[in-house]
Design a protein around this ligand. Structure first.
Ligand code: C2E
Ligand code: MG
Ligand code: MG
Length: 475
C-alpha cells in the first residue's frame, strides 16, 4: 500500500522508515501459457458441448440458446424470426442400403451445402439424425424466407458423390414465423414440424409455411389412426386385383393384389392414404399378412371354380421382410389356403434387397426353394447394385411407373425404360411395365419388346367379383 500502480511511493512520509526495497520480479510467461491453454481447453469443451461432432454445426443446445436470443432481440426490435425446419427425404433408405458410413458422409456434405444457403448472421443447426434447422433473423417479409427455402432445395438437387455412388437427395421443409405462429421457441418448433410433416404427406421435396388448419389435420390423423386400428376387426380391409397382360397375345398372365381400406365415411382408401400410418404404427404387419392370406385364399378359390390358374403378386413391406418368421408364415398361409407356391409372387423393392445382404439372400433363397416367385418392384428408382442382383433368386423386374409415365415424351425416361428391358433380357429376367395409361406408352413398350404390362389402359385394380371377367376358363 506504500506504492501506487507505477511503483512510486504514495506517501513521502513513509520515506523516513524505508531502509531498502526488495524488488520481487517473476517470470509469468509459463503461467500465461498455462492460462491460455486452460482457456483453450475450456473453449474446446464448450465448443464440443454446443456442436454436433459429425457436421460441426451447432447442436440442439446451442440452437435453443440462439433461438431464445433471436426471439428476445426480435421482441425488442419488432422484426420477425423464421424457423426453417428440414428433414431429408428417405434418408433411412441411404443408411440402410449403403451403410452408416455413407449416411454420415452424406450428412456432412448436406451440412456444408446448407451453410452456403444462409447469411453469416443466421444459424443452421443439426438437431440429430437427418434433421436440420435454420434461424433467419431480421425478417420483415416472407420473400427472403422463400428464397432461402428454394435455395436449399436447389443446393440439395445436385447429386452427392458418396463412395463412388451418385446420390440424389431431396428434403421436406417446414417454416414457422415469430410472432405470427407463436411467441416462444417450443411452440414455434412444433409449428415448423407440423408444416414439414405436411410437405412429406404431399409428396416431399418442397417447403410449406405453417397454417393454423394444419393442427386440425394433425388431429385428423390421430382419429384416422384410431380408425385404422379397428379396420381389421370391423372387416373394412379388402384386396383389389389388377390384371397383368401378355402384350403379344393379350392373355392374362397374372394379377397384382392391392390393399384397400373401405372406410365407413371416406369410402375406398388407397395405400397412399394410410400405408405410411400403418408402417408408423406397426399395423402394417397384421394388415400385410392379412392381405397375403386373403389374396392366396381368393386365388385358390378361383382355381377351384375352374379358372385357369395364374399367379397373384403381392406387395410386401420392408417390415415384414425383415422379420425372422416371414418364411414360415408364408409356408403356413400356403398350407392353410391350399394355394400351390408357384401361384404366389412377392413384390419387394430395391431398398429392401440392398439392406443386410446376407440375411436377405437367405430369406429369398428359402422362398425360392419353396417355389414362391420374387419380383423387384419399382425397379430403377432405388440404388441397387447390379452385380448383387445376380446373386438373388429374382425372376422379374417391374419398371417403376414414373419412367413409364413420360416414356413417350421424355427421351431420358425412354432411354431408361429401354435399358431396363434390355437389362432384363440380358439377365434372363422377365420384365413388366406398370402404370401403362396411354396407347403411346403401349406402342413404345411393344417396339422395345417389353412382353408384359399392367395399367389403367387395360384395367384399374378391381374388387375380386369384377376380376372374373378377365379370368379364363379354357386353358
Ligand atoms: P405398387 O406396388 O408400385 O403398385 C402400383 C400402384 O399404381 C397401385 O397403387 C396401383 O393402383 C397404381 N396403378 C396401377 N396402374 C396404374 C396406372 O396406369 N396409372 C397410375 N397412375 N397408377 C396405377 P395403390 O394400390 O394405391 O398402391 C400403392 C402402393 O402401395 C403400391 O405400389 C405398393 O407399394 C403398396 N401396396 C399396395 N398394396 C399393398 C399391400 O397389400 N401390402 C403392402 N405392404 N403394400 C401395398
Ligand atoms: Mg407392386
Ligand atoms: Mg410399383
Amino acid at each position: 500500500s506504500w506504492l501506487n500502480m507505477e511503483g512510486q511511493l504514495t506517501d513521502l512520509r513513509h520515506l523516513a522508515s524505508v531502509q531498502g526495497l526488495v524488488l520481487n520480479c517473476r517470470d509469468i510467461t509459463d503461467r500465461v501459457k498455462a492460462e491460455t491453454r486452460l482457456r483453450e481447453n475450456q473453449d474446446r469443451l464448450k465448443h464440443l458441448a454446443h456442436h454436433d461432432p459429425l457436421t460441426n454445426l451447432p447442436n440442439r443446445t446451442l440452437f435453443k440458446e440462439r433461438l431464445n436470443q433471436a426471439l428476445a432481440k426480435a421482441r425488442r426490435s419488432g422484426e420477425q424470426v423464421a424457423i426453417v425446419f428440414l428433414d431429408l427425404d428417405r434418408f433411412k433408405k441411404v443408411n440402410d442400403s449403403l451403410g452408416h458410413e455413407a449416411g454420415d458422409h452424406l450428412l456432412k456434405d448436406v451440412a456444408s451445402r446448407l451453410r452456403t444457403c444462409i447469411r453469416q448472421s443466421d444459424t443452421v443447426a443439426r438437431l440429430g439424425g437427418d434433421e436440420f434447422v435454420l434461424i433467419l433473423e431480421d425478417i420483415d417479409q416472407p420473400g427472403p424466407v422463400i428464397a432461402v427455402a428454394k435455395k436449399i432445395l436447389g443446393a440439395l438437387a445436385q447429386p452427392f458423390a458418396i463412395n463412388g455412388y451418385e446420390l440424389y437427395v431431396t428434403t421436406s421443409i417446414g417454416i414457422s414465423l415469430f410472432p405470427s405462429d407463436g411467441d416462444e421457441a417450443t411452440g414455434l418448433m412444433k409449428c415448423a414440424d407440423v408444416a414439414m410433416y405436411r410437405v412429406k404427406q404431399q409428396g416431399r421435396n418442397n417447403y410449406q409455411f405453417y397454417q393454423p388448419d394444419m393442427n386440425a389435420r394433425a388431429r385428423e390423423m390421430l382419429l384416422m389412426e384410431g380408425a385404422l386400428r379397428k379396420a381389421l376387426d370391423h372387416n373394412e380391409l379388402d384386396v383389389f386385383y389388377q390384371p397383368q397382360l401378355d402384350l403379344a397375345t393379350g392373355r392374362l398372365l397374372g394379377m397384382e393384389a392391392m390393399l384397400r381400406w373401405i372406410h365407413p365415411e371416406q369410402g375406398i382408401l388407397c395405400p397412399r392414404d394410410f400405408l405410411a400410418l400403418a408402417e408408423e404404427t406397426g399395423l402394417i404387419e397384421p394388415y400385410g399378412y392379412w392381405a397375403i392370406q386373403e389374396a392366396c385364399r381368393q386365388n385358390k378359390e378361383w382355381q377351384d371354380q375352374g379358372y385357369t390358374p395364374v399367379p397373384v403378386a403381392i406387395n410386401i413391406s420392408q417390415r415384414l421382410f425383415h422379420k425372422a418368421n416371414l418364411v414360415s408364415r408364408i409356408r403356413d398361409i400356403l398350407e392353410q389356403t391350399g394355394l400351390a407356391p408357384q401361384y404366389l409372387e412377392l413384390e419387394i423393392t430395391e431398398g429392401m434387397v440392398m439392406d443386410d445382404v446376407n440375411r436377405m439372400q437367405s430369406t429369398m433363397q428359402q422362398l425360392d426353394d419353396m417355389g414362391v416367385k420374387l419380383t423387384l418392384d419399382d425397379f430403377g428408382s432405388g440404388y441397387s447394385c447390379l452385380r448383387q442382383l445376380t446373386h438373388y433368386p429374382i425372376t422379374k423386374l417391374k419398371i417403376d411407373q414414373n419412367f413409364i409415365k413420360d416414356v413417350a415424351i421424355s427421351p431420358q425416361d425412354a432411354t431408361i425404360t429401354a435399358t431396363i428391358i434390355a437389362l432384363g433380357r440380358g439377365m434372363k429376367l422377365e420384365v413388366i411395365a406398370e402404370g401403362v395409361e396411354t396407347p403411346e406408352q403401349l406402342r413404345f413398350l411393344r417396339e422395345h419388346q417389353c412382353r408384359q404390362a399392367q395399367g389403367f389402359l387395360f384395367c384399374h385394380p378391381l374388387p375380386p367379383e369384377q376380376l372374373t371377367k378377365f379370368l379364363d376358363k379354357n386353358a
